[in-house]
Design a protein around this ligand. Structure first.
Ligand SMILES: Cc1ncc(COP(=O)(O)O)c(C=O)c1O
Length: 407
């Protein structure tokens, strides 16, 4: 990898053609999610800590009553998928042809990689960003431009990472098949200004822009208590924009990460193209039923969003009071300074996420960790009690010594 201060670069890691029986990739690049069962409370993966509104048993009972051919021995009927797409499209004010449901955002993104870029092409990922997206690029032999977020530390307790619009534009000008814009950004919590996205999308019509709104509901509601989705980018699709895909998921605000349902919103030509590349029976009908019935129960989702935002405010206030810097707050997790603080959480039974990346990725946040804000009373109480205990035991949490790697 070569880097300037402003832009990281990882070249494509191998050349096609790919021959059977030849290992072309380094398996270490693959994203292997951490599974850490030894903790009392896992706040390391941005999973919603409560269960969904509609249980598996209830969704199963209702799908059998509402839709024909739902028995386990039959292939998926696609009827629930169609119903879910119709509901999403109606709420978005778009046609069904603008929406595609798949096995979570991450799976849909793998299709998009294969359709819209070729080995040897480049992708652009403002960094730090949602790093499994890099791993897809490494695994798929795409080179990566990494325009670095601007680190603004003028407010010591509330440092920020600002979207690097000019640096991103510079990378796109070098030739980029796909540009990933995570909004609000994981892990920095940055909300990318709409104007910046709009300019990039219109200046580079040959680049496909993925605007990942996995955490959009938290940002939307923090900005306006009556809103539960960001709307400005989807509005560009309403106006006919062709080089834009918005991704959303049932994993976060609907507490359905285990069921793997996400969706994309885009111009019908892109939706039809991605759909043509998917297998005929990619989606499990029981997962679709969970998404469908939980989507209909939107009050529960709203309550999850509001509760996380309220709890976030309490936690942010606690950090401020104890002189501990943190970033962002537009998502369901917070990036907090101080790995010894993270270690203390883990010793107390709470798993948090150290921001350790592959060597190839520039990492300006190696001294921080990410903590997911709980959505249920008991987990949030536990987090706050443990936090109080840690600061009582470690009076200089915000300014103490740091370790480079947690795990
Ligand atoms: C920014 C971002 N996008 C997408 C995902 C994954 O979404 P899904 O569960 O739908 O694959 C995550 C999961 O943590 C995420 O942080």
């Amino acid at each position: 990898m070569s880097t300037t201060d402003a832009i990281g670069y990882a070249p494509p890691l191998y050349e096609p053609p790919h021959k059977p029986g030849v290992l072309k990739i380094n398996p270490d690049w693959a994203y292997v999610p951490p599974v850490r069962p030894q903790f009392t409370l896992n706040l390391d993966r941005e999973e919603t800590t409560c269960l969904p509104a509609v249980s598996l048993e209830e969704a199963d009972r209702r799908r059998q009553a509402d839709f024909p051919i739902q028995r386990s021995n039959r292939y998926p009927s696609k009827l629930i998928e169609r119903a879910l797409v119709a509901e999403l499209a109606a709420d978005l004010g778009l046609s069904d042809a603008h929406v595609l449901v798949g096995n979570g955002i991450m799976n849909i993104l793998t299709y998009i990689y294969d359709i819209y870029s070729r080995p040897g092409d480049h992708v652009t990922v403002p960094t730090p960003g949602f790093w499994p997206a890099y791993t897809y690029a490494f695994q798929r032999a795409r080179g990566i431009f990494m325009p670095l977020y601007l680190h603004d530390q003028s407010d010591r307790l509330h440092p920020q990472f600002l979207f690097p619009a000019d640096r991103t534009s510079e990378c796109l000008a070098k030739g980029t098949a796909i540009c990933y814009l995570c909004n609000p950004n994981n892990p920095t919590g940055t909300l990318i200004p709409f104007d910046a996205i709009e300019s990039l999308v219109s200046d580079f019509p040959d680049c496909l822009f993925i605007v990942d709104e996995a955490y959009g509901p938290f940002a939307a509601n923090r900005l306006d208590a009556d809103r539960f989705e960001l709307d400005a980018i989807v509005d560009m699709i309403r106006r006919g924009c062709r080089n834009l895909v918005v991704t959303r998921t049932f994993s976060k605000v609907y507490a359905l990460a285990n069921f793997r349902v996400g969706y994309i919103i885009s111009h019908p030509a892109n939706i039809a193209t991605v759909k043509a590349h998917m297998g005929p029976y990619d989606m499990s009908e029981i997962s679709l039923a969970m998404a469908h019935y939980n989507y209909l129960d939107s009050n529960y989702m709203k309550n999850v969003v509001r509760t996380v935002i309220e709890n976030m405010a309490v936690y942010e206030h606690f950090l401020e009071e104890h002189d501990i810097p943190s970033y962002g707050g537009y998502r369901n997790s917070l990036l907090v300074e101080g790995l010894h603080f993270a270690e203390a959480y883990e010793r107390s039974g709470i798993a948090v996420r150290a921001m350790v990346y592959q060597r190839e990725i520039p990492n300006p946040i190696a001294s921080t960790f990410r903590v997911t804000i709980p959505a249920d009373v008991a987990s949030f109480r536990f987090l706050m009690n443990v936090s109080q205990q840690i600061v009582a035991d470690l009076p200089v949490v915000g300014g103490g010594p740091r370790r480079q790697h947690l795990d």
